[in-house]
Design a protein around this ligand. Structure first.
Ligand code: PAF
Length: 285
């Protein structure tokens, strides 16, 4: 594995690979790698000749300076994991390398970016669009891999790709990877105290319970069930829980609005100052 820190170098290496007729899989990450990232890399490894993983804590997508400051940074351990996963190029640029000048682009991301994370974290998705568009332009991958834990982010990236004309890049959504107790893997999990870590799996457990009740409960009752049950833990507070159309990300008001019966419940929960997100699919005909 080669560690690449310069934009020119990664672009050159990737354009050479493309000239040789090779396919390129890109896995964008912010480091602090866990088994969820590794599952994306494994899929990229199976489907492409060359695998590029970017490790870059993108400042423009953090609307909260404390969140940026405390975001885990574990470059050495990350490199060992990338090497073991058979990555060809670990692209680990500095902030100055990616943004030699301030990125003032404002993307017209539309309704998919206005709800949920977009409403709670102003500017977050614009920052995601800035970095992912830069990575797409530098690497020009055949395929790019993103985890479904950030369900709304994938819709936003698809929209950005459409706006910017990245129509040759196949954007691949990969299933959420969970700990054995059901907690969605996240780089932020390391910040949980032992007590918070102990109760955090209840988020997924309650979401699963709600899918079993969804046929009997109305959509509003289902939302209330999830929010009340999670909030009944003193240490947890739901920021939002919305059940959305998986194509448009718009909240639906009744089950019958879900296309082909499929909707997705998207949740954000605070445990102390750690903000966890998760989601679950509902199938209610
Ligand atoms: O999902 C993430 O880790 C980030 O938002 C991404 C896609 C790597 C862009 O910085």
């Amino acid at each position: 594995m080669e560690i690449v820190r310069k934009v020119n170098n990664i672009s050159e290496l990737c354009s050479r690979a493309r000239e040789e007729g090779k396919t390129i899989g890109l896995v964008p990450t912010m480091g602090a790698l866990h088994a969820g990232h590794i599952s994306l890399i494994e899929r990229a490894r199976k489907e492409n000749d060359i695998v590029v993983v970017s490790v870059f804590v993108n400042p423009t997508q953090f609307n909260n300076p404390d969140d940026l400051r405390t975001y885990p940074r574990t470059e050495e351990a990350d490199c060992r994991k990338l090497e073991a996963a058979g990555v060809d190029y670990a692209f680990i640029p500095s902030v100055e390398e990616i943004y030699p000048e301030e990125d003032t682009r404002v993307f017209d991301l539309g309704p998919v970016a206005e709800v949920m994370e977009g409403a709670m974290r102003p500017g977050h998705f614009n920052g995601v669009a800035q970095i992912v568009s830069r990575l797409f332009a530098m690497v020009n991958p055949t395929r790019a891999y993103f985890g479904e834990k950030d369900f709304q982010q994938i819709a936003v990236i698809r929209r950005m790709a459409e706006l910017e004309g990245f129509d040759t890049i196949d954007i691949i959504a990969c299933p959420i990877k969970r700990e054995e107790d059901g907690l969605a893997m996240s780089s932020r999990n390391v910040r949980l105290t032992p007590r918070q870590r102990e109760i955090a799996p209840n988020i997924h457990a309650i979401l699963v319970e709600s899918t079993k009740l969804a046929g009997e409960l109305t959509l509003d009752e289902t939302i209330k069930y999830v929010v009340d049950k999670i909030n009944s833990f003193e240490e947890m507070e739901v920021e939002y829980y919305q059940i959305v159309n998986p194509l448009t990300m718009q909240p639906i008001k009744q089950w019958s609005e879900a296309p082909a019966g499929e909707s997705v419940g998207c949740i954000t929960v605070y445990l102390g100052d750690v903000r966890l997100i998760d989601n679950i699919k509902y199938m209610v005909k």
